[in-house]
Design a protein around this ligand. Structure first.
Ligand code: NAG
Ligand code: NAG
Ligand code: NAG
Ligand code: ZN
Length: 420
Protein backbone atom coordinates (compact mmCIF):
# COMPACT_ATOMS: atom_id res chain seq x y z
CA UNK A 1 0.00 0.00 0.00
CA UNK A 2 2.61 2.48 1.04
CA UNK A 3 4.72 1.72 -1.99
CA UNK A 4 1.77 2.17 -4.31
CA UNK A 5 1.14 5.58 -2.83
CA UNK A 6 4.78 6.43 -3.15
CA UNK A 7 4.79 5.46 -6.77
CA UNK A 8 1.69 7.41 -7.68
CA UNK A 9 3.32 10.29 -5.91
CA UNK A 10 6.39 9.78 -8.01
CA UNK A 11 4.36 9.93 -11.22
CA UNK A 12 2.43 12.88 -9.91
CA UNK A 13 5.74 14.48 -9.06
CA UNK A 14 6.81 14.31 -12.67
CA UNK A 15 3.61 15.87 -13.91
CA UNK A 16 3.77 18.57 -11.31
CA UNK A 17 7.42 19.17 -11.99
CA UNK A 18 6.39 20.10 -15.51
CA UNK A 19 4.00 22.68 -14.17
CA UNK A 20 6.51 23.83 -11.60
CA UNK A 21 4.62 22.78 -8.46
CA UNK A 22 6.22 20.61 -5.81
CA UNK A 23 4.88 17.15 -5.06
CA UNK A 24 3.26 16.77 -1.70
CA UNK A 25 3.51 13.29 -0.29
CA UNK A 26 2.31 13.85 3.24
CA UNK A 27 -0.33 11.10 3.01
CA UNK A 28 2.28 8.35 2.88
CA UNK A 29 2.17 5.93 5.75
CA UNK A 30 4.07 2.78 6.46
CA UNK A 31 2.76 -0.27 8.24
CA UNK A 32 4.73 -0.09 11.44
CA UNK A 33 5.75 -3.74 11.61
CA UNK A 34 7.06 -3.83 8.06
CA UNK A 35 10.40 -2.32 7.26
CA UNK A 36 12.21 -2.34 3.97
CA UNK A 37 15.54 -2.39 2.28
CA UNK A 38 16.78 -1.90 -1.24
CA UNK A 39 18.63 -4.55 -3.16
CA UNK A 40 20.63 -3.37 -6.16
CA UNK A 41 23.00 -5.52 -8.12
CA UNK A 42 25.04 -5.77 -11.32
CA UNK A 43 25.31 -2.08 -12.08
CA UNK A 44 28.13 -2.74 -14.56
CA UNK A 45 29.02 0.83 -15.37
CA UNK A 46 30.51 1.11 -18.87
CA UNK A 47 32.48 4.34 -18.72
CA UNK A 48 33.21 4.06 -22.46
CA UNK A 49 29.53 4.50 -23.41
CA UNK A 50 29.14 7.40 -25.79
CA UNK A 51 26.45 8.29 -28.30
CA UNK A 52 27.96 8.28 -31.76
CA UNK A 53 26.69 7.70 -35.30
CA UNK A 54 28.58 4.43 -35.58
CA UNK A 55 26.70 1.77 -33.56
CA UNK A 56 29.87 -0.28 -33.28
CA UNK A 57 31.63 2.46 -31.39
CA UNK A 58 29.02 3.26 -28.77
CA UNK A 59 30.39 1.07 -26.00
CA UNK A 60 33.17 -1.43 -25.48
CA UNK A 61 30.92 -3.84 -23.63
CA UNK A 62 28.92 -4.62 -26.79
CA UNK A 63 31.96 -6.40 -28.22
CA UNK A 64 31.31 -7.04 -31.89
CA UNK A 65 27.56 -6.52 -31.80
CA UNK A 66 26.27 -3.09 -32.73
CA UNK A 67 24.41 -0.90 -30.27
CA UNK A 68 21.51 -0.39 -32.61
CA UNK A 69 19.19 1.62 -30.37
CA UNK A 70 21.60 3.56 -28.27
CA UNK A 71 20.12 6.43 -26.32
CA UNK A 72 20.69 8.51 -23.23
CA UNK A 73 19.90 5.64 -20.86
CA UNK A 74 21.72 2.91 -22.72
CA UNK A 75 21.34 0.11 -25.23
CA UNK A 76 20.48 -3.54 -24.73
CA UNK A 77 23.85 -4.51 -26.21
CA UNK A 78 25.77 -2.36 -23.73
CA UNK A 79 26.41 -2.13 -20.03
CA UNK A 80 25.05 0.84 -18.12
CA UNK A 81 25.99 4.38 -19.12
CA UNK A 82 26.38 6.85 -16.26
CA UNK A 83 22.94 8.30 -16.97
CA UNK A 84 21.33 4.93 -16.26
CA UNK A 85 23.29 4.47 -13.02
CA UNK A 86 22.39 7.99 -11.96
CA UNK A 87 18.77 7.48 -12.90
CA UNK A 88 18.52 4.21 -10.94
CA UNK A 89 20.01 5.68 -7.76
CA UNK A 90 17.78 8.77 -7.94
CA UNK A 91 14.75 6.54 -8.62
CA UNK A 92 15.56 4.64 -5.43
CA UNK A 93 15.66 7.94 -3.58
CA UNK A 94 12.27 8.99 -4.95
CA UNK A 95 10.51 5.66 -4.48
CA UNK A 96 11.83 4.82 -1.03
CA UNK A 97 14.12 7.52 0.35
CA UNK A 98 14.55 6.04 3.80
CA UNK A 99 15.30 2.31 3.64
CA UNK A 100 16.73 0.55 6.67
CA UNK A 101 19.76 -0.38 4.61
CA UNK A 102 20.87 -1.04 1.06
CA UNK A 103 22.12 -4.41 -0.10
CA UNK A 104 24.50 -3.94 -2.98
CA UNK A 105 25.79 -7.25 -4.34
CA UNK A 106 28.46 -6.22 -6.77
CA UNK A 107 29.47 -6.56 -10.38
CA UNK A 108 30.37 -2.96 -10.95
CA UNK A 109 32.68 -3.13 -13.94
CA UNK A 110 31.74 -3.43 -17.62
CA UNK A 111 31.94 -6.65 -19.62
CA UNK A 112 35.20 -5.82 -21.35
CA UNK A 113 38.40 -7.88 -21.35
CA UNK A 114 40.36 -7.59 -18.09
CA UNK A 115 43.49 -6.44 -19.90
CA UNK A 116 41.53 -3.47 -21.29
CA UNK A 117 40.39 -2.44 -17.84
CA UNK A 118 43.23 -2.64 -15.31
CA UNK A 119 43.22 -2.22 -11.56
CA UNK A 120 43.03 1.57 -11.55
CA UNK A 121 39.96 1.62 -13.76
CA UNK A 122 38.27 -0.97 -11.54
CA UNK A 123 39.02 1.01 -8.40
CA UNK A 124 37.77 4.23 -9.91
CA UNK A 125 34.55 2.53 -11.10
CA UNK A 126 33.87 1.16 -7.63
CA UNK A 127 34.80 4.56 -6.22
CA UNK A 128 32.38 6.42 -8.48
CA UNK A 129 29.51 4.06 -7.73
CA UNK A 130 30.14 4.21 -4.00
CA UNK A 131 30.24 7.96 -4.27
CA UNK A 132 26.88 8.37 -5.99
CA UNK A 133 25.11 5.96 -3.61
CA UNK A 134 26.63 7.74 -0.64
CA UNK A 135 25.72 11.11 -2.08
CA UNK A 136 22.09 10.19 -2.65
CA UNK A 137 21.79 8.13 0.55
CA UNK A 138 24.07 9.90 3.03
CA UNK A 139 25.27 7.79 5.92
CA UNK A 140 26.61 4.95 3.86
CA UNK A 141 24.75 2.18 5.61
CA UNK A 142 24.83 -0.39 2.84
CA UNK A 143 24.74 -3.56 4.86
CA UNK A 144 25.80 -2.36 8.25
CA UNK A 145 22.52 -1.38 9.91
CA UNK A 146 21.50 -4.96 10.48
CA UNK A 147 24.76 -5.61 12.29
CA UNK A 148 24.23 -2.82 14.74
CA UNK A 149 20.96 -4.27 16.05
CA UNK A 150 21.50 -7.00 18.59
CA UNK A 151 20.03 -10.30 17.47
CA UNK A 152 20.27 -9.61 13.75
CA UNK A 153 23.17 -10.44 11.51
CA UNK A 154 24.14 -9.98 7.88
CA UNK A 155 26.48 -12.63 6.56
CA UNK A 156 28.36 -11.34 3.52
CA UNK A 157 29.94 -14.12 1.47
CA UNK A 158 32.50 -13.78 -1.27
CA UNK A 159 31.15 -16.54 -3.49
CA UNK A 160 33.42 -15.56 -6.38
CA UNK A 161 35.77 -18.02 -4.65
CA UNK A 162 33.50 -20.86 -5.76
CA UNK A 163 33.28 -19.81 -9.39
CA UNK A 164 34.43 -22.62 -11.68
CA UNK A 165 36.39 -20.08 -13.74
CA UNK A 166 38.46 -19.19 -10.69
CA UNK A 167 41.72 -21.06 -11.27
CA UNK A 168 43.16 -20.03 -7.92
CA UNK A 169 40.70 -22.13 -5.93
CA UNK A 170 40.62 -25.27 -8.07
CA UNK A 171 42.59 -27.46 -5.67
CA UNK A 172 41.17 -26.04 -2.47
CA UNK A 173 38.61 -27.66 -0.22
CA UNK A 174 37.58 -24.45 1.51
CA UNK A 175 38.95 -21.32 -0.22
CA UNK A 176 39.91 -18.62 2.30
CA UNK A 177 38.41 -20.86 4.99
CA UNK A 178 35.09 -19.20 4.25
CA UNK A 179 32.87 -22.26 4.67
CA UNK A 180 34.26 -23.11 8.10
CA UNK A 181 34.07 -19.45 9.10
CA UNK A 182 30.42 -19.21 7.92
CA UNK A 183 29.64 -22.48 9.71
CA UNK A 184 31.04 -21.00 12.93
CA UNK A 185 29.20 -17.69 12.50
CA UNK A 186 25.91 -19.50 11.94
CA UNK A 187 26.51 -21.88 14.85
CA UNK A 188 27.19 -18.90 17.12
CA UNK A 189 24.12 -17.16 15.71
CA UNK A 190 21.96 -20.11 16.73
CA UNK A 191 23.47 -20.10 20.23
CA UNK A 192 22.93 -16.36 20.54
CA UNK A 193 19.40 -16.62 19.12
CA UNK A 194 20.28 -14.36 16.23
CA UNK A 195 18.52 -14.16 12.88
CA UNK A 196 20.62 -13.94 9.74
CA UNK A 197 20.41 -12.72 6.17
CA UNK A 198 23.02 -13.99 3.71
CA UNK A 199 24.15 -11.89 0.78
CA UNK A 200 26.55 -12.70 -2.02
CA UNK A 201 27.06 -12.27 -5.73
CA UNK A 202 27.40 -15.55 -7.63
CA UNK A 203 24.61 -17.98 -6.65
CA UNK A 204 24.87 -21.78 -6.41
CA UNK A 205 22.76 -23.98 -8.67
CA UNK A 206 21.97 -23.36 -12.32
CA UNK A 207 21.28 -20.49 -14.67
CA UNK A 208 17.62 -20.74 -15.63
CA UNK A 209 18.22 -19.37 -19.12
CA UNK A 210 20.73 -21.98 -20.13
CA UNK A 211 20.26 -25.66 -19.47
CA UNK A 212 23.01 -27.27 -17.36
CA UNK A 213 24.88 -23.98 -16.90
CA UNK A 214 26.14 -23.71 -13.35
CA UNK A 215 28.72 -21.34 -11.86
CA UNK A 216 30.14 -23.14 -8.81
CA UNK A 217 32.50 -26.06 -8.83
CA UNK A 218 30.54 -29.14 -7.87
CA UNK A 219 32.22 -29.58 -4.44
CA UNK A 220 31.53 -25.96 -3.50
CA UNK A 221 27.92 -26.22 -4.65
CA UNK A 222 27.49 -29.18 -2.32
CA UNK A 223 29.15 -27.37 0.58
CA UNK A 224 26.90 -24.37 0.12
CA UNK A 225 23.82 -26.60 0.17
CA UNK A 226 25.08 -28.37 3.28
CA UNK A 227 25.62 -25.02 4.99
CA UNK A 228 22.04 -23.91 4.33
CA UNK A 229 20.55 -27.26 5.27
CA UNK A 230 22.47 -27.31 8.54
CA UNK A 231 21.70 -23.75 9.56
CA UNK A 232 18.39 -22.92 7.89
CA UNK A 233 16.64 -22.27 11.19
CA UNK A 234 18.60 -19.04 11.68
CA UNK A 235 18.68 -17.99 8.01
CA UNK A 236 15.72 -15.82 6.99
CA UNK A 237 16.74 -14.84 3.50
CA UNK A 238 19.49 -15.10 0.91
CA UNK A 239 19.95 -12.24 -1.53
CA UNK A 240 22.12 -12.70 -4.60
CA UNK A 241 22.64 -11.29 -8.11
CA UNK A 242 24.86 -12.25 -11.03
CA UNK A 243 22.17 -13.55 -13.39
CA UNK A 244 20.84 -10.08 -14.23
CA UNK A 245 17.47 -11.85 -14.37
CA UNK A 246 14.71 -12.04 -11.78
CA UNK A 247 14.40 -15.51 -10.31
CA UNK A 248 14.69 -17.44 -7.05
CA UNK A 249 16.08 -20.69 -5.70
CA UNK A 250 14.39 -23.03 -3.27
CA UNK A 251 16.11 -25.07 -0.58
CA UNK A 252 14.42 -28.15 0.90
CA UNK A 253 15.18 -30.48 3.78
CA UNK A 254 15.46 -34.25 3.45
CA UNK A 255 11.69 -34.52 3.91
CA UNK A 256 11.13 -32.17 0.95
CA UNK A 257 9.82 -29.31 3.05
CA UNK A 258 10.85 -25.81 1.93
CA UNK A 259 13.41 -24.40 4.39
CA UNK A 260 14.95 -21.39 2.66
CA UNK A 261 14.74 -19.17 -0.40
CA UNK A 262 17.45 -17.36 -2.29
CA UNK A 263 16.16 -14.28 -4.10
CA UNK A 264 17.98 -13.45 -7.33
CA UNK A 265 17.40 -9.79 -8.05
CA UNK A 266 17.53 -8.35 -11.57
CA UNK A 267 20.49 -6.21 -12.61
CA UNK A 268 20.63 -2.54 -13.44
CA UNK A 269 22.63 -3.24 -16.59
CA UNK A 270 20.50 -4.18 -19.63
CA UNK A 271 23.50 -5.93 -21.26
CA UNK A 272 22.62 -8.80 -23.58
CA UNK A 273 24.60 -11.78 -22.37
CA UNK A 274 27.10 -13.29 -24.75
CA UNK A 275 26.82 -16.71 -23.11
CA UNK A 276 26.56 -19.13 -26.05
CA UNK A 277 23.14 -20.74 -26.26
CA UNK A 278 21.21 -17.88 -24.72
CA UNK A 279 19.10 -16.20 -27.37
CA UNK A 280 18.49 -12.48 -26.93
CA UNK A 281 19.38 -12.53 -23.23
CA UNK A 282 19.02 -8.86 -22.42
CA UNK A 283 16.83 -7.36 -19.71
CA UNK A 284 15.36 -4.06 -18.67
CA UNK A 285 17.10 -2.35 -15.76
CA UNK A 286 15.58 -3.42 -12.43
CA UNK A 287 15.82 -2.36 -8.78
CA UNK A 288 14.08 -3.98 -5.87
CA UNK A 289 12.61 -3.35 -2.44
CA UNK A 290 12.28 -6.14 0.10
CA UNK A 291 9.69 -5.66 2.81
CA UNK A 292 10.47 -7.61 5.96
CA UNK A 293 9.24 -8.06 9.47
CA UNK A 294 11.59 -6.27 11.82
CA UNK A 295 11.13 -8.76 14.62
CA UNK A 296 11.23 -12.07 12.76
CA UNK A 297 13.18 -11.02 9.64
CA UNK A 298 10.58 -12.88 7.59
CA UNK A 299 10.51 -11.51 4.04
CA UNK A 300 6.95 -10.28 3.64
CA UNK A 301 6.99 -9.00 0.12
CA UNK A 302 9.17 -8.15 -2.84
CA UNK A 303 8.49 -5.11 -5.02
CA UNK A 304 10.41 -4.71 -8.25
CA UNK A 305 10.73 -1.43 -10.14
CA UNK A 306 12.04 -1.11 -13.64
CA UNK A 307 12.92 1.19 -16.46
CA UNK A 308 11.55 0.39 -19.91
CA UNK A 309 14.80 1.20 -21.67
CA UNK A 310 13.23 1.54 -25.11
CA UNK A 311 10.72 4.02 -23.84
CA UNK A 312 13.20 5.82 -21.59
CA UNK A 313 15.45 6.63 -24.52
CA UNK A 314 12.51 8.20 -26.34
CA UNK A 315 10.44 9.69 -23.56
CA UNK A 316 12.78 10.14 -20.59
CA UNK A 317 13.75 7.94 -17.69
CA UNK A 318 10.69 7.07 -15.66
CA UNK A 319 10.99 4.12 -13.29
CA UNK A 320 7.76 2.22 -12.71
CA UNK A 321 6.57 -0.50 -10.43
CA UNK A 322 6.84 -3.77 -12.31
CA UNK A 323 5.13 -6.05 -9.81
CA UNK A 324 4.54 -6.92 -6.19
CA UNK A 325 5.16 -10.58 -5.45
CA UNK A 326 2.14 -11.26 -3.22
CA UNK A 327 -0.24 -9.60 -5.69
CA UNK A 328 1.11 -11.25 -8.81
CA UNK A 329 1.45 -14.75 -7.41
CA UNK A 330 -1.40 -14.70 -4.88
CA UNK A 331 0.61 -15.68 -1.83
CA UNK A 332 0.53 -14.34 1.73
CA UNK A 333 4.19 -13.40 1.98
CA UNK A 334 7.63 -14.38 0.66
CA UNK A 335 8.40 -17.08 3.23
CA UNK A 336 9.93 -20.35 1.99
CA UNK A 337 6.49 -22.01 2.17
CA UNK A 338 4.95 -19.23 0.10
CA UNK A 339 7.80 -19.25 -2.40
CA UNK A 340 7.25 -22.98 -2.74
CA UNK A 341 3.63 -22.17 -3.66
CA UNK A 342 4.85 -19.62 -6.17
CA UNK A 343 7.02 -22.29 -7.74
CA UNK A 344 4.13 -24.74 -7.83
CA UNK A 345 1.97 -22.15 -9.56
CA UNK A 346 4.69 -21.48 -12.13
CA UNK A 347 5.17 -25.20 -12.72
CA UNK A 348 1.49 -26.03 -12.98
CA UNK A 349 -0.18 -23.08 -14.62
CA UNK A 350 0.79 -21.63 -17.93
CA UNK A 351 -0.60 -18.28 -16.94
CA UNK A 352 1.70 -17.98 -13.90
CA UNK A 353 4.60 -19.44 -15.86
CA UNK A 354 4.21 -16.77 -18.51
CA UNK A 355 3.94 -14.02 -15.92
CA UNK A 356 7.08 -15.26 -14.16
CA UNK A 357 8.85 -15.54 -17.51
CA UNK A 358 8.15 -11.93 -18.44
CA UNK A 359 9.33 -10.75 -15.02
CA UNK A 360 12.45 -12.91 -15.46
CA UNK A 361 13.83 -10.52 -18.09
CA UNK A 362 12.17 -7.51 -16.44
CA UNK A 363 9.59 -7.23 -19.22
CA UNK A 364 12.17 -7.37 -22.00
CA UNK A 365 11.44 -10.80 -23.48
CA UNK A 366 7.67 -11.12 -23.88
CA UNK A 367 7.78 -14.24 -26.08
CA UNK A 368 6.04 -17.40 -24.98
CA UNK A 369 7.71 -19.72 -22.48
CA UNK A 370 7.20 -23.17 -24.02
CA UNK A 371 7.58 -26.53 -22.30
CA UNK A 372 11.38 -26.63 -22.70
CA UNK A 373 11.61 -23.16 -21.26
CA UNK A 374 9.33 -24.24 -18.43
CA UNK A 375 11.57 -27.21 -17.61
CA UNK A 376 14.67 -25.00 -17.51
CA UNK A 377 13.14 -22.41 -15.22
CA UNK A 378 11.29 -24.79 -12.92
CA UNK A 379 14.24 -27.15 -12.47
CA UNK A 380 16.68 -24.30 -11.85
CA UNK A 381 14.41 -22.80 -9.18
CA UNK A 382 13.57 -26.17 -7.60
CA UNK A 383 16.96 -27.92 -7.53
CA UNK A 384 20.18 -26.26 -6.45
CA UNK A 385 21.79 -29.68 -6.14
CA UNK A 386 23.55 -30.76 -9.34
CA UNK A 387 22.27 -34.33 -9.40
CA UNK A 388 18.70 -33.46 -8.44
CA UNK A 389 18.64 -30.80 -11.14
CA UNK A 390 19.64 -33.34 -13.77
CA UNK A 391 16.93 -35.69 -12.55
CA UNK A 392 14.44 -32.88 -12.72
CA UNK A 393 15.41 -32.21 -16.36
CA UNK A 394 14.93 -35.86 -17.21
CA UNK A 395 11.47 -35.73 -15.75
CA UNK A 396 10.69 -32.64 -17.77
CA UNK A 397 10.40 -30.52 -14.64
CA UNK A 398 6.91 -31.82 -14.06
CA UNK A 399 7.52 -34.70 -11.71
CA UNK A 400 9.35 -32.54 -9.24
CA UNK A 401 6.20 -30.60 -8.58
CA UNK A 402 2.81 -32.03 -7.84
CA UNK A 403 -0.15 -31.84 -10.18
CA UNK A 404 1.18 -31.31 -13.73
CA UNK A 405 -0.03 -28.40 -15.76
CA UNK A 406 -1.51 -30.59 -18.50
CA UNK A 407 -3.97 -32.98 -16.84
CA UNK A 408 -3.09 -35.92 -19.07
CA UNK A 409 0.62 -35.44 -18.61
CA UNK A 410 0.21 -35.27 -14.86
CA UNK A 411 -1.36 -38.72 -14.72
CA UNK A 412 1.52 -40.25 -16.64
CA UNK A 413 4.10 -38.43 -14.57
CA UNK A 414 2.60 -39.16 -11.19
CA UNK A 415 4.15 -42.60 -11.54
CA UNK A 416 7.59 -40.99 -11.60
CA UNK A 417 6.77 -38.79 -8.65
CA UNK A 418 7.26 -41.60 -6.19
CA UNK A 419 10.97 -41.61 -6.95
CA UNK A 420 11.52 -38.20 -5.35
C1 NAG B 1 21.01 12.49 -12.00
O1 NAG B 1 19.60 12.38 -11.92
C2 NAG B 1 19.00 13.47 -11.24
C3 NAG B 1 17.52 13.14 -11.06
O2 NAG B 1 16.93 12.81 -12.27
C4 NAG B 1 19.23 14.74 -12.03
O3 NAG B 1 18.68 15.84 -11.34
C5 NAG B 1 20.74 14.95 -12.19
O4 NAG B 1 20.97 16.05 -13.04
C6 NAG B 1 21.39 13.73 -12.79
N1 NAG B 1 22.82 13.87 -12.80
C7 NAG B 1 23.58 13.47 -13.82
C8 NAG B 1 25.04 13.69 -13.66
O5 NAG B 1 23.11 12.99 -14.83
C1 NAG C 1 34.54 9.46 -11.14
O1 NAG C 1 35.47 9.85 -10.14
C2 NAG C 1 36.54 10.64 -10.62
C3 NAG C 1 37.53 10.82 -9.48
O2 NAG C 1 36.87 11.25 -8.32
C4 NAG C 1 35.99 11.97 -11.14
O3 NAG C 1 37.02 12.76 -11.66
C5 NAG C 1 34.97 11.66 -12.25
O4 NAG C 1 34.35 12.85 -12.67
C6 NAG C 1 33.90 10.72 -11.74
N1 NAG C 1 33.00 10.34 -12.84
C7 NAG C 1 31.70 10.45 -12.76
C8 NAG C 1 30.92 10.09 -13.98
O5 NAG C 1 31.14 10.80 -11.76
C1 NAG D 1 8.37 -0.43 -23.61
O1 NAG D 1 8.29 0.72 -24.38
C2 NAG D 1 8.10 0.44 -25.76
C3 NAG D 1 8.20 1.77 -26.48
O2 NAG D 1 7.33 2.70 -25.92
C4 NAG D 1 6.76 -0.27 -25.94
O3 NAG D 1 6.58 -0.59 -27.31
C5 NAG D 1 6.76 -1.54 -25.11
O4 NAG D 1 5.49 -2.16 -25.16
C6 NAG D 1 7.09 -1.22 -23.66
N1 NAG D 1 7.22 -2.45 -22.92
C7 NAG D 1 6.48 -2.72 -21.85
C8 NAG D 1 6.73 -4.02 -21.18
O5 NAG D 1 5.67 -1.94 -21.39
ZN1 ZN E 1 26.82 -9.08 -13.59
Amino acid sequence: MSVKLLLSCLLLGEVQALSGRPCSCSFIFRRSWTWNFWHITDLHWDHTYELTDNPELVCESSGTSPAANAGKFGDYACDSPWNLINSSVYAMKEILPDPDFIVWTGDDTPHIPNEDLGENAVLSIVGNLTHIIQQVFPGGYYTEKLLSRTGYRMLVLNTNLYYDQNKLTVDMEDPAGQFSWADQVLTDAANDKEKVYIIGHVPPGFFEKKRLKSWYRSKFNQKYLDLIQKHHSVIFGQFFGHHHTDSFRMFYNSKDSPISTMFLSPGVTPWKTTLPGVVDGANNPGIRVFEYDTQTLLVKDVVTYYLNLTRANVAGGRWEKEYRLTESFKVADASPASMHHVLERIANSHCYLQKYYEFNSVNYDLTECDSNCRTDHVCAAREVDFKMYENCLKEGGAAAIHGGWLPILSVALSLVLVSR
